[in-house]
Design a protein around this ligand. Structure first.
Ligand SMILES: [Zn+2]
Length: 370
């Protein structure tokens, strides 16, 4: 890997306009076509070939120019969270804000805008680059629907960079927590709670014992767990025959995550035995924890691009979910980069101009240093 330690010329007015254009459309899940309509023609002009997959992800291949490096994937998601009644971005001296009636949608349109402008700028500067897969996903914020449905065979890259993390530009996510969920359904025995109380087995009491015995909350700095929903019972005069809990655990360490899930299952099973009932315990493993070493190619490329942008890389871990988890699960080794936006998922969201400039430069440096 050779480093081209030169800054890519930036036309900031054009980057800002491109950013504001896509911020001005409501692209909540299902409406991402409005962003596609703006960015696809701009990128086709510089030679990107696009396809849409069945869920609506916009997948572009930008062929290599004068360089035969391995392909890399750049990704950002086109949807936002709500509220999105009317999107009216307000450009001030320091940053771009929403007008207070909606989210701004810099999460993740700052990533989208930076990628689009960096491709155009590298093209205009006539710089060499390898093949770049541009994947603009749909439905990230409603549960990573687009990345979940994404077929990795639609692109060649087996390494990816997702511009969608909340930290400052320069942050590199080198550890992503794994996340598993469970449902425990406790079965007791119904009985009239007044006239045959001794005949009943109270499933709610069984469930309460299990929850009490589960390690919950902040287990340590690597592992967290939660019981989120309880349900059960029919009437005050019926000993409840069934009760249910659902919960989850997340950990940066896969062994700890497995142990945590085992401890929750054991608490449920022990409670069932103690009460003479039974429990059905179902675990839905979503994502395994991922951890990249300091010399992982994706981390190295991110570090090079960040340094070439005049910043110092910071390696951090995250407990949050993102499309990067789905890409990793599908064999595309993917890290996430900080985008520098603030107060995301709220009407106070804003994107400093300085962060947008930096994000553009990092994206451009990823392209020419891959
Ligand atoms: Zn996001």
């Amino acid at each position: 890997m050779t480093t081209q330690a030169r800054q890519i010329p930036l036309n900031y007015d054009r980057l800002l306009k491109g950013f504001v254009d896509i911020l001005s459309v409501d692209s909540y899940w299902g409406n991402e076509n409005r962003v596609v309509a703006i960015i696809q023609p701009r990128l086709e002009e510089v030679g990107v070939h696009f396809e849409r997959d069945k869920i609506g992800n916009l997948i572009g291949l930008w062929p290599a120019h004068g360089k035969s490096s391995r392909p890399i994937m750049l990704n950002a998601h086109m949807d936002t969270v709500q509220p999105t009644p009317e999107m009216r971005p307000v450009v001030k001296d320091d940053a771009v804000y929403s007008d207070g009636s909606s989210v701004l949608g810099a999460d993740d349109k700052a990533g989208v805008a930076a990628i689009v402008e960096s491709v155009v700028a590298v093209h205009e500067a006539g710089l060499e680059h390898g093949p770049i897969d541009l994947v603009f996903t749909v439905g990230e914020d409603v549960g990573q629907y687009g990345a979940d449905a994404f077929d990795p065979n639609d692109i060649e890259s087996r390494m990816g960079l997702v511009l969608d993390s909340g930290g400052p530009v320069g942050e590199v996510i080198n550890q992503q927590a794994g996340s598993y969920s469970f449902t425990a359904t406790f079965h007791g025995k119904a009985a009239h709670a007044g006239i045959e109380a001794a005949e009943g087995i109270n499933a709610i009491a069984m469930m309460a014992r299990a929850v009490d015995q589960m390690p919950l909350g902040q287990i340590n700095e690597r592992t967290v767990s939660n019981v989120g929903i309880v349900s059960g019972g029919q009437a005050n005069n019926i000993c409840p025959p069934e009760a249910r809990i659902t919960g989850q655990a997340r950990s940066l360490n896969q062994d700890e995550l497995d142990r945590q899930m085992d401890a929750m299952r054991k608490a449920a099973e022990d409670a069932a035995v103690a009460f003479g009932g039974r429990v059905e315990y179902e675990q839905s493993g979503r994502f395994k924890a991922t951890q990249f070493s300091e010399d992982h190619p994706a981390i190295c490329l991110a570090d090079i691009a960040i340094r070439a942008s005049g910043l110092e890389p910071q390696h951090v871990s995250t407990f949050g979910g993102s499309d990067a988890q789905n890409f990793n699960e599908k064999g595309i080794e993917t890290t996430m980069l900080g985008c520098g936006y603030h107060n995301v998922h709220s009407v106070d969201e804003y994107m400093p101009h300085e962060a947008l400039r930096q994000l553009f430069q990092v994206s451009a440096q990823l392209i020419i240093n891959a």
